[in-house]
Ligand binder design. Structure first.
Ligand code: ADP
Ligand code: MG
Length: 562
């Protein structure tokens, strides 16, 4: 062993390890799924690099994953002949967490195990999950293309540090050896392993092999281990929809999304014609911690004729659908397609609009058929969907139909009123959609602006999300009904107005002197003082000019110093 050294884990890794070991005990076996998922990714990456450099395959072009337990020594070994890692890559990948925003995220940890284990889900468990069942983990790896002398040995007990050394490593790829905790010896058992693989990893598109089981006698054990594949080993999205079980779709999601919980919904489609491609799109069950990080990776996994090309291909969906996970497999793109080429290719634009529509349709279906699941979706991703009308003008009516609002029809601040539900509840003579924006629900709910609406039993949407004014500035109508901000200008209730116009004008005339005096006192603080008919209890209300800037927008601009 050469260049042996001991290094400390990055603080965030230590926190993640601690959290994982103490919160995942009810779901231990997922570690195997994570390690198989990584081995599969590593094989995908090698296949991709080998398109340009076939010599990387050396004399082992058949990619596979091998898993074997040793009950005597209580070890479990997972081996792939994929891309492998260089020494720098090992230090980077198995010593730090490179995702931006991680440190800030970890600061939210409370020490309350239940709450914190929820957080871990937003993060993904990954390689470090090996320490759920192992008290020591060893990694032997060599990157494809590097000489055998540049193999790397990494080992750690998952406490605060790891050892790393340069070793001779004739085989390309990565071998991970778990030294199982005494209580986890079951994970060295061949039948147990076979069952877990069947359950979690059947969708993995390369063979997962276990040593062939020999029944009974030990005597004629072959000198060399015989391996047999235990999974189906075909790309899941290439199979007909009717032949894929829900559980298989769910497990595949966990692999592509690096999530460990089930998705809310999915949509699997094969498109034939001018452009030929297959897409499998998923709506996750919860937002990742970096949903609002500008640099956070997003997009689909791109395959060309079943060959993996890249992760995070963001050209296939608009920004407001950045939470969607899945794969797109094209028959038309070239194997050496790059991000730059994707950006310029007009075929990608038409795929993007088709995939966008698929997602919106899938969400519509979810809202219609599984309203509870949709409520979860809205909680997690509603604010991102509100970016939609501004970004995607062509689909803004469709997106508007997916929005959910708080409203005076609710007794609390739940955002669960759709515009369609609002339209259904409109009173006779009403032809507008009324809304009020503000900072907090408790404040808008008591606003004097609502008095006249309460009196007339007209529903008003209550918008208190920071992005709501921005959203409303891009939505002027829904199904031919105009949106009206009730805090703005002269409120024209049209045919809903029941008071006698003439009587109102007489009142206004009679009060002219009073208005003048009030205007003199308030001076430049207000633009005009008028008699209002919209109040039933309050004596006065502040109103924004028709063309004035909204209160929230004003605050945002003030906060940014404008
Ligand atoms: P993720 O898979 O979400 O990136 P993981 O914690 O599972 O996170 O893995 C961290 C990184 O370690 C991977 O992104 C990859 O670069 C590297 N890695 C893990 N396992 C392997 C492997 N078997 N072969 C090559 N690289 C690996
Ligand atoms: Mg992983």
């Amino acid at each position: 062993e050469a260049q042996k050294e001991t290094r400390g884990f990055q603080t965030e890794v230590k926190q993640l390890l601690h959290l994982m070991i103490h919160s995942m005990y009810s779901n231990k076996e997922i570690f195997l799924r994570e390690l198989i998922s990584n081995a599969s990714d590593a094989s995908d990456k090698l296949r991709f690099e080998a398109i340009a450099k076939p010599e990387l395959l050396e004399d082992a072009p058949n990619l596979r994953i091998r898993i074997s337990g040793d009950e005597q020594n209580r070890t479990l070994t997972i081996e792939d002949n994929g891309i492998g890692m260089s020494r720098e890559e090992v230090i980077e990948n198995l010593g730090t967490i490179a995702k931006s925003g991680t440190a800030a995220f970890m600061q939210q940890l409370t020490g309350d195990q239940k709450k914190d284990s929820q957080l871990i889900g937003q993060f993904g468990v990954g390689f470090y999950s090996a320490f759920i069942v192992a008290d020591k983990v060893e990694v032997y790896t060599r990157r494809a293309g590097l000489p055998a002398t540049e193999g790397v040995h990494w080992e750690s007990t998952g406490e605060g540090e790891f050892n790393i050394a340069t070793v001779e490593q004739p085989e390309r790829g990565t071998r991970i050896v778990l030294h199982l905790k005494a209580a986890e010896a079951e994970f060295a058992d061949g039948w147990r392993l076979r069952n877990i693989i069947k359950k979690y990893s059947d969708h993995i598109s390369l063979p997962i092999e276990l040593p062939k089981q020999h029944f009974g006698e030990e005597q004629d054990k072959p000198a060399e281990t015989e391996w047999e594949s235990v999974n189906r080993a075909s790309a899941l999205w290439t199979r007909p929809r009717t032949e894929v079980k829900d559980e298989e779709y769910q497990e595949f999601y966990k692999h592509v999304a690096h999530d460990y919980e089930n998705p809310l919904s999915w949509s699997h489609n094969k498109v034939e014609g001018k452009l030929e491609y297959t897409s499998l799109l998923y709506v996750p069950g919860r937002a990742p911690f970096d949903l609002y990080q500008r640099e956070a990776p997003r997009g689909l996994k791109l395959y060309v004729q079943r060959v993996f090309i890249m992760d995070d291909a963001e050209q296939f969906l608009p920004l407001y659908l950045r939470f969607i996970k899945g794969v797109v497999d094209s028959n038309d793109l070239s194997l050496n397609v790059s991000r730059e080429i994707l950006q310029k290719d007009p075929a990608i634009d038409s795929m993007k609009s088709a995939l966008t529509k698929r997602v919106l349709d899938m969400l519509e279906k979810l809202a219609k058929n599984q309203p509870e699941q949709y409520a979860t979706f809205w909680k997690q991703f509603g604010s991102v969907m509100k970016e939609g009308p501004a970004e995607d003008f062509a689909n803004r009516e469709k997106i508007a139909g997916l929005l959910r609002f708080a409203s005076t029809s609710n007794s609390d601040d739940s955002e669960n009123v759709s515009l369609d539900a609002y339209l259904e509840r409109m009173v006779e003579g009403q032809d507008k959609i009324y809304y009020l924006t503000g900072e907090r629900w408790s404040q808008v709910r008591n606003s004097p602006h609502l008095e006249i609406f309460r009196k007339k039993n007209i529903e008003v949407l209550l918008l208190t999300d920071r992005i709501d004014e921005w959203l409303m500035s891009h939505l002027s109508e829904y199904k031919d009904k105009q949106f009206v901000d009730i805090a703005r200008g002269d409120l024209d209730l049209g045919t809903l107005e029941d008071e006698d116009k003439q009587a109102q004008e007489e009142v206004a005339k009679a009060k002219e002197d009073l208005l003048k005096r009030i205007k003199e006192v308030l001076g430049a603080d207000v633009d005009q003082v008028k008699v209002s008919h919209r109040l039933t209890d309050s004596p006065a209300v502040l109103v924004i000019n028709e063309d004035g800037m909204g209160v929230q927008m004003r605050k945002i601009l003030e906060a940014t110093g404008q």
